[in-house]
Design a protein around this ligand. Structure first.
Ligand code: G3I
Length: 452
């Protein structure tokens, strides 16, 4: 059948009852709907078996069969004659995956944040931050050693620049952190009686919160004040098998002030900026004993209306460390985390996920065993890690959305895999814990979080 015959015939074809159909008319799958497709249909119709023939695309009038009418409709379209619905434009093939802004997907649920450092908010990451996040936290730049390196000498220039960036981009800022046992300059504890230390602490909190008043919506006032004790009273650290009780961390703060420093810190913070939300921030909240200890502190703070929320750090691993039953990562399950969220919320507290990442290693992988290190994307892919990580992120975010009325912020501890504390901390062992890869491209983890 040649083109002229087709054109003559098509004028007499009834064109009613057409329905939209995917891949309309692109019978040979070359991306176009043209006369070749019409001729292939005609061949098929007369009993030939054309190569690469796609019957679904060939049934252009969607009547359940491939007939000469379908060929004629394509011919009519090809020569530019009007054809009734459907609109005769082949469905365009997407050239790349759509990448919705993560924070927009979560606009009905909670803020989506990222920890940023001195460089990562202004180099190539800036675009990624602007697109996907509506909250930031300084990874180190608001800690004591950064803001008050020597007594009374406050240095805000670095942190101010980061806050300015956030404000210019309509991002909220979490403040992290006022009182911690790490990243404290030596002078703070030097020749310090309890009263001297509390005065230094109050002065620091007051100065810092006044400086940022109105620009920071919440502060981690006290960070990581609880730990597990061994039978001899010393800190069990990460070895849960040694924990006999949970109590106050034996930090220099605690040694000099006892538990009072916590209450005093929150009192100073409330007085300095009554509008700011005040948080207690810690890790391993899924351990019942640790959480019970934290809750006992929270109740004391609540008695004076000094606390608004609790921050759950959530440095997670790719899977529970099942070979080590006393390992804290055993408890990193969705039900464990959900239980924490519900229990803290039941106390009337806001809940924020403050330092989320998912390491590609489990605790069963000693960092000294380099045969278990994934050094390249190729190795990661071979081990199926990106998909596994995506599935794990997805199950946590599915649960976060269910409790979107209780959670106010989910912050990742970093932006992309090129800059993560997990790679720095393990003497060179690379880790890949975030939603974007080292080239700042979205990973399966990203898609699993925004695909709902
Ligand atoms: O700034 C100095 C630099 O001058 C020096 O040359 C370099 C050499 O080591 O060190 C730099 O400081 C490092 C700092 O990060 C900034 O990069 C410190 O050594 C390093 O210890 C510090 O690590 C930070 C860590 O807290 C400190 O404990 C990580 O970046 C930061 O991600 C991490 O964050 C903590 C949260 O605040 C609380 N929860 C746990 C989380 C992860 O550990």
């Amino acid at each position: 059948m040649n083109k002229k015959v087709l054109i003559l015939l098509l004028l007499f074809i009834p064109l009613l009852g057409l329905q939209a159909q995917a891949q309309w008319g692109d019978v040979n799958g070359d991306g176009n709907t043209d006369i070749i497709d019409a001729l292939l249909i005609a061949q098929y119709y007369v009993g030939l078996d054309p190569q690469g023939f796609n019957p679904e695309a060939a049934d252009v009038d969607a009547d359940g069969q491939v007939t000469i009418v379908d060929a004629l409709l394509i011919a009519r379209y090809y020569v530019g004659l009007p054809v009734p619905t459907p609109v005769l434009t082949p469905t365009p093939t997407p050239t790349s995956e759509p990448e919705p802004a993560a924070y927009q997907k979560y606009s009905g649920y909670f803020l989506v944040g990222a920890a940023v450092d001195t460089n990562s908010y202004r180099d190539a990451h800036a675009g990624l931050l602007q697109k996907h996040f509506n909250s930031i936290v300084c990874e180190n730049e608001m800690k004591w050693d950064a803001l008050e390196p020597s007594e009374g000498n406050f240095n805000y220039s670095t942190a101010d620049a980061m806050v300015n960036f956030a404000q210019a981009n309509n991002m909220k800022v979490r403040g992290h952190c006022l009182v911690w046992h790490n990243q404290i300059p030596g002078w703070v504890f030097q020749n310090a009686s309890k009263q001297v230390l509390l005065n230094r602490m109050k002065n620091h909190i007051t100065n810092v919160m006044n400086h940022f008043r109105g620009k920071i919506y919440c502060w981690d006032v006290v960070n990581e004040a609880v730990t597990g004790n061994k039978s001899d009273g010393s800190d069990a650290g990460e070895d849960l098998s040694q924990v006999v009780s949970w109590g106050y961390r034996n930090s220099t703060w605690y040694q000099i002030c006892g538990e009072d420093y916590i209450l005093e810190a929150f009192r100073a913070a409330r007085a300095a900026d009554p509008q700011a939300k005040l948080f207690y921030n810690d890790y391993w909240n899924y351990l019942d004993g640790k959480r019970a200890m934290i809750i006992s502190i929270i109740r004391k703070l609540q008695a004076e209306n000094l606390i608004d929320g609790v921050g759950l750090q959530c440095h997670l691993n790719i899977s529970p460390a099942l070979e080590s039953p006393n390992n804290q990562t055993v408890y990193q399950t969705v039900p464990n985390l959900e239980e924490e969220i519900l229990e803290y919320a039941s106390l009337g507290l806001e809940v924020e996920i403050t330092e989320l990442d998912i390491s590609v290693y489990t605790r069963d992988y000693p960092s000294s065993d380099s045969s278990k290190w994934y050094r390249s994307e190729t190795e990661l892919l071979a081990a199926g890690i990106p998909d596994k990580q995506a599935a794990r992120y997805k199950e946590f975010f599915d649960m976060f959305r269910e409790h979107g009325n209780l959670i106010t912020n989910v912050t990742f501890w970093g932006i992309a895999d090129d800059n993560t504390w997990l790679s720095e901390f393990d003497s060179g062992r690379p880790d890949y814990p975030l939603l974007f890869d080292k080239s700042l491209q979205p990973k399966p983890a990203y898609y699993s979080v925004v695909d709902f």
